[in-house]
Design a protein around this ligand. Sequence first.
Ligand SMILES: Cc1cc2nc3c(=O)[nH]c(=O)nc-3n(C[C@H](O)[C@H](O)[C@H](O)COP(=O)(O)OP(=O)(O)OC[C@H]3O[C@@H](n4cnc5c(N)ncnc54)[C@H](O)[C@@H]3O)c2cc1C
Length: 545
Amino acid sequence: MAAEIAEPVETGRYDDDVEELDVIIIGAGNLGLYQLYLIKRMGLSVRAYDDAGGVGGTWYWNRYPGARFDSESESYGYSFSPELTQEWDWKEHFSGQPENERYFNYVADKFDLRDNIVLNTRVVAATYDESEARWEIELDDGRRSRAQFVVAAVGILSAHYSPDFPGIDDFEGESFHTSRWPREPVDLRGKRVAVIGAGASGVQVCQTIAAEVSQLTVYQRTPHYLVPLRNGPVTPEEQRQLKDRAAEIHRLCREVSPVGFMYGPDPRSALDYSKEERWKVYEELWTRPGFAKFLMNFSDLWTEDAAADDYSEFVREKIRERVHDPKVAEKLTPRTYRFGARRVPCEDNYYEIFNRNNVELVSVLDTPIERITQKGILTSDGEREFDVIIYATGFDSITGSLTRMDIRGVDGQRLADKWTEGFRTLLGMQTNGFPNLFIAMASSFCNYTVCAEMVAEWNANCIEFVRNRNFRSIHPHKEAEDRWMQHVRDAASQGVAKDDVSSWFKGSNIPGKASSTPLMYFGSLQAYRVELLNAARTFEEFILE
Ligand SMILES: Cc1cc2nc3c(=O)[nH]c(=O)nc-3n(C[C@H](O)[C@H](O)[C@H](O)COP(=O)(O)OP(=O)(O)OC[C@H]3O[C@@H](n4cnc5c(N)ncnc54)[C@H](O)[C@@H]3O)c2cc1C
């Protein structure tokens, strides 16, 4: 059953200069693959382009040490095919990158998708021809393709970001970005390693390599609230139970959990209980794997300020318990925002690595990085020398992968220009002035695949609707965008979501990027689903030509 990872192959190449298609998909990751499956099933001509050397998107690129899910594997796997769910055995409850990449390769083979995928090929531009109501895309090898519809399944976290540190090219050792980790093994044993960035990827790398390197220096900007992952192998008995419960798990994710996970919240309010009673509940749930410890918790931990403050203090206490040096513990402790205001990364033994003699924490808030030097990194308190620098500096999220292409809609308007003042879409799906362009990202803040399946299905239904009714094109009214963007802002103005933090949810991790409007929807997944269903009922918020 184990799918072999195919060597990069160029499938589906075409001979003509310009290929005419019904649908072009950009990206062959989680969402792009399912979109391709749906469009193929509709009998349309379709091709997916990806600049990666294989399928899987995130799980192709992020092959750094320790890369893995913090969604439960079975809830991250697709739900659209019960047969696939029964066939595929996840080996760990929170599966690692190699297995995840194998999974997406297995999917590509099982559903016969490879012939429609062109790998190692970057889409550099997409231009809308109003007279023909067709898009023309340009590939990095100069070739072009045309189609009525473009589905940009380019990923929420695929445009990797490296801060523009002075001297970055001067470094004489090896440098890697976590999201562009080489396929060949990287030997870090006995080396002096710097990791810049202590978000989800930085945490995974550091805890994985700390024991094998001679010196690890972690450059942290914002401390996170981290929670223990509590991963483990899936035993044969658990495997059987998970398969038996598969339909129920998928229903929980889709219909019950506000954020698409396999457990629902406790409807009780934390504030109805004494501190002792509350902390007893927190403590019991702390032993659970992954996000269960806070998603199964009192439902108002995110929405009521007093409850959010209380739970944040509980998690801070956990950090203090694990780090021996109180000064280091303090640097690792978030003080300026509450638990849940930023994405919560999971960890295994991250806090304990700071009890080792070979690990140092540098807070760049106290001692900023001034430059990268030939030998290492210079901060305001001096230079440290390294053999390897790992940039775990994240992504230009959501919009980055779109605006890095030259996308031009009606009247030649550039998408990047349209979004200079901020992200504007209807439902995160389409944007006015760019007919037949689907921004295929799971826009609701949740377990990705659960929302991604809804999005891909909505796109397929919309394409079918437009074609069956003989329309040429579809895109939202400006007023509909105004309504949706206001709704997105309102949803992010409550509870912890309103805390002022630098975050990729908002775009504020990237200097100069507009961040007044959240890039994701913080209402519940179910509310988002209702919005999608309503939008497709009459399409009255769209301009149909
Ligand atoms: C390290 C890491 C861990 C994560 N863990 C989780 C998790 O546990 N749970 C969860 O829900 N989510 C997680 N995510 C989020 C993750 O990105 C999504 O779960 C999901 O993989 C996104 O799928 P996608 O198909 O939308 O995009 P991607 O997987 O990013 O795929 C997009 C593809 O499009 C390609 N592409 C982009 N632009 C172009 C172009 N111009 N031309 C050609 N190809 C292009 C990209 O190279 C990429 O291969 C994680 C993300 C990262 C980075």
